[in-house]
Design a protein around this ligand. Sequence first.
Ligand SMILES: Cc1cc2nc3c(=O)[nH]c(=O)nc-3n(C[C@H](O)[C@H](O)[C@H](O)COP(=O)(O)OP(=O)(O)OC[C@H]3O[C@@H](n4cnc5c(N)ncnc54)[C@H](O)[C@@H]3O)c2cc1C
Ligand code: FES
Length: 290
Amino acid sequence: MITEAIIRPEPICGMETWFPIPAEILETRKENMNTYTYKIRLVDATLRKQYRWAPGQFNMLYVPGIGEAAISISSDSEDPEILEHTIRIVGSVTRAIENMGPGSIIGLRGPFGRGWPLDKIEGRDVVLVAGGIGLAPLRPMVYWLLKHRERYGRVILLFGCRSPDDQLFIDELEQWTQERKIDCLVTVDNATPGWVGPVGVVTDLLQRIRLNADNSTIMVCGPRMLNRAAAWSFLKLHIPEEQVYVSLERNMNCGFGRCGHCQYGSQFVCKDGPVFCFNEIADIFGKEEI
Ligand SMILES: Cc1cc2nc3c(=O)[nH]c(=O)nc-3n(C[C@H](O)[C@H](O)[C@H](O)COP(=O)(O)OP(=O)(O)OC[C@H]3O[C@@H](n4cnc5c(N)ncnc54)[C@H](O)[C@@H]3O)c2cc1C
Ligand code: FES
């Protein structure tokens, strides 16, 4: 049975923790020109054994003297002692992490937030829609669905990125496609020589799949524009609002609903999300300035 403890594990060191725990970088892997996956492990063996997380949750990663950034956990939630974070280098914290290698120590707080609705998808078809770095928070969902394949109907992954060189987890995408346990479709905005797959935005891929509107749950993670376009596209295909889930991104500070930095209408993205059911945010989803 999928219990609350599986869906929403508590942060290490209590709910309201401002104190980062040391974690060691074990390995780094370049995914594309500006994105790396970092394999890390909590230094304290006892905390490492206690630490649990669920697909869709995130950690606050801390670089001393620089600051913190919210980063989703991108590895297998059923192997919680080794954590992967897939990071696109955009600013001060991520640039500082880019300069760290195996043996470096970073700070970690978490896991925070509410992840994907593992408790509501048994027996259903599941469609995962990712844009760019949005594949990182959905990768643990792919692992979960593959490990418990018999519990679910059809599983479809739709992934869009700017160009073939911007893909993430390229070996796994190929493996998932070849194994055929899930249907995996990748599209690029701009093709380069040698690309034989679809060209266009990720929502164009909807023309290539057949959906059972009565029995499908949708999980979307990408840039704001994609989140909105994808969610509305599925609603137009008669998927009920309560079966469409979107992971939102806001500026984070505390991570546990105290500072207000991540407020989205009446909700806190860090605590009530980052994964929201469409019907929880429908009233403001079209007004991103709120
Ligand atoms: C719940 C959650 C999960 C996240 N998961 C991940 C993840 O798995 N991997 C990951 O790489 N990022 C993820 N992010 C985004 C990450 O937290 C931000 O990119 C963060 O601001 C990076 O910190 P920084 O100090 O390096 O950049 P900042 O100093 O905060 O930003 C520097 C500049 O980059 C711009 N910028 C910041 N973020 C973005 C962005 N996402 N896209 C384009 N421009 C941007 C800012 O506007 C600013 O101009 C997540 C965010 C949230 C809220
Ligand atoms: S980050 Fe502080 S309330 Fe969400």
